[in-house]
Design a binder for this molecule. Structure first.
Ligand SMILES: C[S@@+](CC[C@H](N)C(=O)[O-])C[C@H]1O[C@@H](n2cnc3c(N)ncnc32)[C@H](O)[C@@H]1O
Length: 326
């Protein structure tokens, strides 16, 4: 589908943000955060993840959650889950916002969210628990704790070994259980050629992807998930792709709204990604990075550019038995 461009006048402002307060009572070692370039980073498995975990970053993740949901017209998932779904795992839960919404909607479910950072709120639905965990380590769930549904969102740049993640998910799902991944492509695209004029944006994305590869945790994974799920033994594998505009340039009201949020989100993400990937991994200086950030932000706000990011939603089912045909 090609998004039609709105040629009319438009108010670009979106919303004013409110601060949020979070607390957690956990071992102090996981709270022993590192501070660099004015941002705060996780302590558990220090250095394993390149983005910050401070309030600013938490706000970015919550905004992203809103965008993921808007694409799905408010839905939290595409896999055809039973209304009484039981065991649910949200890998790398971030602020826990998806897990909280899911636990609220499916009160029958026992939901687990895990992350390296204890940045989730303590007031959560009674059917939800958060754990500090490294999802790249061996999972230790017993067969009686197998899941009906595993949700993986926005984990590009976090995973060294994706095949291991698909396989651990497969192993820890009940027969008939679903794995679902939501992931933006690490690319700014366009359908009218204006994406080529966004030179700083394209250079920036290329450098970010290069840095992620050097770090060993690739960002540009989204288009691979479908085939990798099939290779890992999943069946009924589906992929849906939504074009998420950067800015309110689309004529369709749904995509115009999503575009407003996505531009706010992209603006919020440029600095932490630049510091984490281009400065830390590629060794750019702060001064070089600040010039690049300014150029990228200018282009993201340029209404003549009709950029979008493809968001991939992929889900597949573990067969009921070894003999169930694909
Ligand atoms: C981009 S955020 C996505 C958060 C959440 N899934 C969402 O969509 O809102 C990536 C999250 O993965 C977590 N993470 C990265 N590596 C991890 C690991 N090895 N084990 C557990 N969590 C990890 C980070 O701390 C961060 O919260």
């Amino acid at each position: 589908m090609q998004l039609e461009i709105d040629t009319g006048e438009d108010n670009d402002s979106l919303f004013s943000e409110e601060g949020s307060t979070r607390s957690a009572s956990i071992a102090s070692s996981v709270l022993n955060y590192t501070y660099e370039n004015g941002r705060r980073y996780h302590a558990y498995r220090k250095g394993a993840y390149l983005l910050p975990n401070d309030e600013e970053e938490q706000d970015r993740l919550d905004l992203m959650h809103h965008i993921y949901r808007l694409c799905l017209d408010g839905k939290l998932h595409l896999a055809p889950l039973k209304p009484d779904v039981q065991r649910v795992l949200d890998i790398g839960t971030g602020t826990g916002i998806w897990a909280i919404d899911f636990a609220d909607e499916y009160t029958s479910a026992e939901v687990i969210g895990n992350d390296l950072s204890p940045t989730q709120p303590s007031w959560v639905p009674p059917n939800l628990k958060f754990y500090i965990d490294d999802i790249e380590a061996e999972w230790t769930y017993s067969p009686s704790e197998a899941f009906d549904y595993i949700h993986v969102r926005g984990m590009g740049g976090s995973i060294l070994d994706w095949n291991k993640l698909y396989q651990q998910s497969f192993k820890n799902l009940k027969p008939g259980g679903w794995l679902e991944l939501h992931e933006p492509e690490a690319m700014f695209r366009g359908d009218d050629g204006t994406e080529k004029a966004a030179e700083s944006v394209q250079q920036w994305q290329g450098l970010i992807n290069q840095a992620a590869r050097k770090f060993g945790k690739e960002l540009d994974r989204a288009p691979l998930h479908k085939q990798r799920l099939i290779d890992a033994g999943f069946i009924d594998v589906h992929e849906e792709i939504f074009k998420v505009p950067v800015g309110p340039w689309a004529k369709d009201p749904k995509y115009k709204l999503i575009g407003r949020y996505q531009r706010e989100h992209a603006v919020a993400g440029i600095e932490p990604y630049t510091l984490g990937f281009i400065v830390k991994i590629l060794g750019w200086s702060q001064e070089e990075a600040q010039i690049m950030i300014a150029n990228v932000l200018n282009e993201l706000k340029d209404r003549r550019l009709h950029l979008y990011v493809p968001f991939y939603y992929v889900y597949g089912r573990k067969p009921e038995s070894k003999s169930e045909p694909a």
